[in-house]
Design a protein around this ligand. Structure first.
Ligand code: 5AD
Ligand code: SF4
Length: 483
């Protein structure tokens, strides 16, 4: 951690306090995946160390945009929002705009940021997070604009970065960074660099601290958690890590993502089956059901191998669910290839899926493939795929109606503050009501507008009553965690 710069910034801010209209606050907008969310929690921790307070208004002292480059629409959204922030900066010229994250690693995007968004004050990459205090200090003390995007193999453990965690109920814990798989459509190996695993002992130490500070659920993160430890001589592997965490009894629930089908072992499935604290859920992207497309995507498995793994999980963890990622319209995808995808979906019957239209990413191998699928064909395939997947989601949710399951409460539903929301161990989203007279900590619960916040992070038994496509409606029976 750049303590020296944090101290100097605190000094600078307190001097400025009387002379400038800069608010001593920060706001972070995070785009993209959970790794970005985890990075943002670290940067929030750094801001707080400098003495800045979080400010969700449109007038923060520092606005930080943590960007995503996985698909073109993520970039479009960011560029759209940048226009909005420009207007606010015109009204509030002291506001600093900081841009970081994966987009900064793509040359085309970086050029566009430099060319069209000159009011951005600081730009750095996903491997430069620990340098935030230095860059902020330089910008404020010299007035120079900072654009520094490095390719360093950054490991946050080397810098002892604090984190300000957004969620009370789930701690995000990266166990590895980067990716070596080079799927031909994907920018991640270029934006996040080579795969590197965190030290086993450091992860366990951090998990013990999180458990002591009250977290009931942890989510282990990596682009391909199944290759954890592979590049470190003598390191335990991912099944070892899960087994150790379960043995230490630190959390009621251990989640993890993402699993790569080529590296997921039978031993991992056995360990999940044997340890009830590990989530009853596998996120196992298959991308395409066609062996030809899988080969051209450089995925490293066949549909047969994928099916074997998925069906083995279904047998070993019968109450478990499988979610997946699917790409439609990869270059050269024929109607037969697409039918293979639908057939695979019909065999596995995914409980949920993230479905994507192929997006050409500059610098990737697929970007140079010539046989793009016409847009209208992709759109038509995509809607057929969605229709099939939605029917599988509903079928899956229907299969558990009438049962009572334990849910970790995540708060109030977005649309109705008398409805609460949470997830089962199998990652099913449950929206539920709390009947009058329900007891909590030996007293009847008082329902008011703050109930969601008060019960966030607690476990409850929920009777599952009605299936919808993307959620289940239920009714709380009782709180189960006895806190
Ligand atoms: N186009 C469409 N989808 C993509 N993904 C990654 N790269 C692309 C791309 N270029 C999807 C994959 C991956 C998920 C995180 O994003 O399905 O699993
Ligand atoms: Fe991208 Fe493939 Fe790595 Fe996942 S495994 S991050 S899809 S390159």
């Amino acid at each position: 951690m750049q303590e020296r710069f944090c101290d100097m910034l605190r000094g600078l801010f307190s001097q400025e306090n009387s002379s400038s209209s800069r608010a001593l606050t920060y706001r972070i907008r995070t785009y993209g995946c959970q790794l970005n969310e985890s990075d943002s929690e670290k940067m929030a921790g750094i801001f707080e160390k400098m003495g800045l307070a979080e400010d969700e208004s449109d007038k923060p002292g520092v606005l930080l945009l943590n960007t995503c480059a996985i698909r073109e629409n993520a970039e479009d959204r960011l560029f759209g929002n940048l226009g909005f922030w420009k207007t606010l900066k015109t009204d509030n010229p002291d506001m600093l705009i900081v841009l970081c994250g994966c987009m900064t690693k793509l040359n085309e995007d970086l050029m566009r940021i430099k060319r069209s968004f000159s009011y951005v004050d600081i730009v750095f990459g996903p491997q430069d997070i620990h340098r935030l205090p230095e860059y902020l200090y330089r910008r404020l003390s010299t007035g120079e604009k900072i654009i520094r995007v490095s390719d360093d193999d950054y490991m946050p453990d080397d810098y002892d970065l604090p984190a300000s965690r957004k969620r009370k109920f789930r701690a995000l814990v990266p166990i590895m960074y980067g990716c070596d798989n080079f799927c031909t459509y994907c920018v991640v190996p270029y934006t996040r660099g080579r795969e590197r695993s965190r030290d086993f002992g450091k992860i366990i130490e951090q998990l013990r601290e999180l458990s002591t500070s009250g977290f009931r659920e942890v989510m282990l993160l990596g682009q391909n958690v199944n290759s954890y430890g592979r590049n470190v001589a003598g390191s335990p592997d991912f099944p070892d890590l899960l087994e150790r965490i379960s043995g230490l009894n630190l959390f009621s629930r251990v989640r993890f993502m993402t699993s790569h089908p080529k590296d997921l072992s039978n031993r991992l499935i056995d360990i999940i089956a044997e340890n009830p604290c590990i989530e009853r859920h596998l996120h196992l992207p298959f991308q395409s059901g066609s062996n030809d497309i899988l080969r051209r995507m450089n995925r490293g498995y066949t549909r047969e191998r994928y099916l074997e793994t998925a069906l083995r999980f279904r047998e070993s963890v019968p109450e478990g669910t499988i979610s997946t990622d699917i790409i439609v319209g990869f270059p050269g995808e024929t109607e037969n290839d697409f039918t293979d995808t639908l057939n695979l979906m019909n065999e596995v019957r995914f409980d949920s899926a993230f479905t994507f239209i192929y997006s050409r990413r500059p610098g990737t191998v697929a970007a140079d493939m010539s046989d793009a699928v016409p847009e209208e064909i992709v759109a038509e395939r995509f809607s057929r795929l969605l229709e099939l997947q939605n029917s599988h989601c509903l079928e899956s949710n229907r299969s558990v109606i009438g049962s009572t399951q334990e849910v970790l409460i995540e708060g109030t539903s977005h649309t109705n503050d008398t409805v609460f929301t949470g997830r089962t161990s199998s990652n099913r989203l449950v929206n539920f009501t709390i009947p009058d007279g329900t007891m909590i900590d030996s007293e009847p619960i008082r329902l008011d507008s703050d109930t969601g916040n008060r019960i966030e992070g607690r476990f409850a038994s929920i009777r599952l009553l009605k299936a919808k496509t993307f959620s289940i409606e239920g009714r709380l029976e009782n709180f189960t965690d006895g806190r």
